[in-house]
Design a protein around this ligand. Structure first.
Ligand code: NAD
Ligand code: UDP
Length: 312
């Protein structure tokens, strides 16, 4: 039985990852400061004797014996990572430094949840791993983008200096049940607004594009990457089906039979105009391909938010 640490284990993706790793017969330790995560996301795991949840901030060093570390701790939505930008930056940079030191001490393998944001507002489309990005170093998104870029730097330097066993995945927009309802992300915002028949808030003219990956597919890719012995990454994980935000708003209205109207609001500063992963490398090295069609994943997510809203 492997002893696996999941930082950010009480968050949206972290909680799905803990569940998956427990189902595969591992011992799982979630480390989370509950900044955006919640006990609600992991309460169904509390009775599992192979699960532990620790409230802790990864910007502080920690020592726990382990075989693998998945570093998922970091607020991911723009409104949350901009709420305390200095702490966001520290979480990415000091957090990964502490986790790399732990991996080194324990001779553990470590996987970093990096992001498509390392490409910034990309000038190459779709984005390949070889693209260095187009990132504002001092704008309102920089605490996240540059923090994640700095984390990749540390991962690679620990690999080159100490031969630490590292893996880097770059996650593109991922959605699904247990997204935080106050996240402000497009998927949760539009679904909640549509269910409540409230105006759907499209930022800008809605012509910016995103590609949405269902959480189960993403977790599958992350686990495949961790279990791969020959490839350190970075590797893009995401769905290649790209659409405009306006098209996405219409799809959600349609799928929820909502009476909501679309309204237009100011586009946030530095909002990337387009984003679509090139996943050739993931297919080749990991034999990974997202399975969920957008409608299938959205159906599950809408069901989740319907139940959630009816409960509160
Ligand atoms: P989330 O906000 O739901 O989860 C992040 C978790 O990390 C939360 O439980 C939060 O409480 C915890 N956390 C934050 N700072 C911490 C700290 N200093 N110490 C300990 N715990 C801390 O977000 P998510 O969507 O589940 O994202 C998980 C990871 O995946 C993040 O690293 C994020 O950058 C990355 N990612 C996600 C997406 C996406 O579309 N969901 C895209 C790219 C990258
Ligand atoms: N967006 C929107 N309305 C919302 C929330 C987001 O139009 O209520 C847009 C946002 O401006 C961006 C896209 O949807 O262009 C994706 O935003 P999100 O915050 O989900 O993730 P990002 O990819 O920007 O990190």
């Amino acid at each position: 039985m492997k002893r696996i640490i999941v930082t950010g284990g009480a968050g949206f993706l972290g909680s799905h990852l803990c569940e998956r790793l427990l189902n595969e017969g591992n011992y799982v330790i979630s480390i989370d400061n509950f900044f955006t995560g919640s006990k609600e996301n992991i309460k169904h795991l509390f009775d599992n004797k192979n699960f532990e949840s620790i409230r802790y901030d990864i910007t502080e060093p920690i020592h726990i014996e382990c075989d693998e570390i998945y570093n998922f701790a970091c607020p991911a939505s723009p409104i949350h990572y901009q709420r305390n930008p200095i702490h966001t930056f520290k979480t990415s940079v000091l957090g990964i430094l502490n986790m790399l030191n732990l991996a080194r001490e324990c001779k553990a393998r470590i996987l970093q949840a990096s992001t498509s944001e390392v490409y910034g507002d990309p000038l190459e489309h779709p984005q390949k791993e070889s693209y260095w990005g187009h990132v504002n170093p001092n704008g309102i998104r920089s605490c996240y983008d540059e923090g994640k870029r700095g984390a990749e730097t540390l991962m690679m330097d620990y690999y080159r200096e100490y031969n630490t066993d590292i893996k880097i995945i770059r996650i593109f927009n991922t959605y699904g049940p247990r997204m935080n309802e106050n996240d402000g992300r497009v998927v949760s915002n539009f679904i909640i607004q549509a269910i409540k028949n409230m105006p759907i808030t499209v930022y800008g003219d809605g012509s910016q594009t995103r590609s949405f990956c269902y959480c189960d597919d993403l977790i599958d890719g992350a686990v495949k990457m961790m279990n791969n012995d020959n490839f350190i990454g970075p590797v893009n994980l995401g769905n290649t089906y790209e659409m405009t935000v306006l098209e996405f708003a219409k799809k959600i209205i349609d799928m929820t039979n909502s009476k909501s109207q679309i309204i237009f609001k100011n586009l946030p500063k530095d909002d990337p105009i387009k984003r679509q992963p090139d996943i050739t490398l993931a297919k080749e090295k990991l034999n990974w391909n997202p399975n969920y069609k957008l409608e299938e994943g959205l159906k599950k997510t809408i069901e989740y938010f319907n139940n959630y809203i009816n409960k509160i």
